[in-house]
Unconditional design. Structure first.
Length: 349
């Protein structure tokens, strides 16, 4: 019952709970809002303790996609799907096809893309069963890293730290996005500190880009100018927010703040936080460009994420509001002002 109440309170359009016993599928497709266009969002494959937990994660991620698309100026809505399975041992062709068949029942309201636990090859397989699928041609992580980097440049200005050259930046999670970010930061002359649960990723960041290693349990509390959570979400909880030394937080992870109250703690402590749904929108922009088969100006548009970040940081500082509330207000204003959708499909095929 609480999920139904949650749907109403957060104004969700649709939640599809999928089961296919024969093919071992337990998944959820969450469509939050399609006022601006069809809901584009990744397929996450992860082992959740319960299906309720899976549904809640899908909803949190889908809602963030709505705001991400709106602030990135895209004519897309917000959605996400999660398959409750271990990607290493339970991801089979049949499992993916079973999920794809459920996606197809939505008639294009939800456009799948890559996410944690899925690959470009998985999306290509899904495209055999769903007419419109993104991330079939490339992993969008590079573009995500560019947007995070541009947001860091804006945050550094706002926090009066000067520039990224010489800044101590702690990257928590040197995966697809994190490693590109380490490279961009090293090129910009930042002092990069890296932590990852996977020792090989840390070694690679140190050997290739001159980063130094930190313990994953210590990185957010370390002596940093910028903390960059780029692993999974929820790593900045109230305790971390109360104790961290970094005056700036900008990262790629979705839903970095463990709960809504954390934004207030950051504001009270004067920590400049660029909301993740602004900073990590570069991947979504790349997925949207892929659907339109048009990369013209993509990298420049992704770099302009820094302008959006700067606008939100300035407004938050001048109104004494937290940055998440300001970003949500801007996003909701854009959604409310959305023109009626043009007839016919937005992405012609
Ligand atoms: P990834 O799985 O390639 O990398 C994540 C890395 O973080 C892994 O190397 C993992 O070992 C490490 N990690 C996980 N938990 C950690 C912890 N507690 N401490 C240190 N390291 C930890 O994922 P990715 O594609 O790089 O995405 C990273 C984050 O960014 C995810 O939250 C994802 O949802 C988000 N994101 C990614 C994209 C994209 O384009 N890939 C776009 C938007 C948002």
């Amino acid at each position: 019952m609480s999920i139904i109440r949650d749907m109403a309170e957060r104004d969700f359009e649709q939640l599809v709970v999928c089961r296919d016993r024969a093919r071992g599928l337990r998944s959820v497709i969450a469509v939050h809002n399609t006022a601006l266009g069809p809901a584009l969002g990744g397929i996450r494959i992860k082992r959740y303790r319960t299906d309720v937990e899976a549904a809640q994660d899908a909803m949190n991620l889908a809602e963030a996609m709505t705001y991400k698309a709106a602030l990135a100026g895209l004519r897309l809505g917000g959605g996400k799907s999660v398959i409750n399975a271990d990607p290493a041992s339970q991801k089979t062709r049949d499992l993916l096809i079973a999920h794809a068949e459920y996606i197809n029942t939505l008639g294009g309201r939800y456009i799948p893309a890559v996410d944690s636990g899925t690959t470009v090859a998985d999306l290509a397989l899904i495209a055999d069963h769903v007419p419109l699928v993104s991330s079939q041609q490339r992993d969008p992580s590079y573009f995500t890293a560019i947007g995070v980097f541009s947001s860091m440049q804006a945050a550094v200005q706002q926090a009066n730290l000067g520039e990224l050259r010489g800044a101590r930046v702690g990257v928590q999670g040197a995966g697809h996005v994190g490693m590109y970010l380490v490279e961009l930061l090293a090129d910009a002359g930042a002092k990069v500190v890296v932590a990852d649960l996977d020792a090989d990723r840390v070694r690679m960041a140190c050997e290739k880009y001159g980063a130094t290693a930190e313990d994953p349990a210590e990185i957010l509390a370390a002596d940093l100018d910028i903390a960059a959570p780029c692993g999974l979400g929820g790593t900045v909880d109230e305790q971390a927010a109360e104790t961290m030394k970094a005056p700036v937080i900008v990262g790629a992870a979705n839903n970095i703040l463990a709960d809504a109250g954390v934004a207030d703690v950051l504001t009270r402590r004067g920590i400049v936080y660029v909301p993740d749904f602004i900073a990590n929108a570069g991947g979504l922009m790349a997925c949207e460009a892929e659907l339109r088969c048009d990369d013209d100006g993509l990298e420049d548009r992704v770099r302009r994420i820094g302008d959006t970040a700067a606008q939100v940081l300035r407004e938050a500082a001048s109104t004494q509001c937290d940055t998440v509330s300001v970003a949500l207000r801007f996003a909701r204003e854009r959604i409310a002002a959305a023109p009626a959708p043009a007839p016919g499909p937005y992405f012609p095929r």
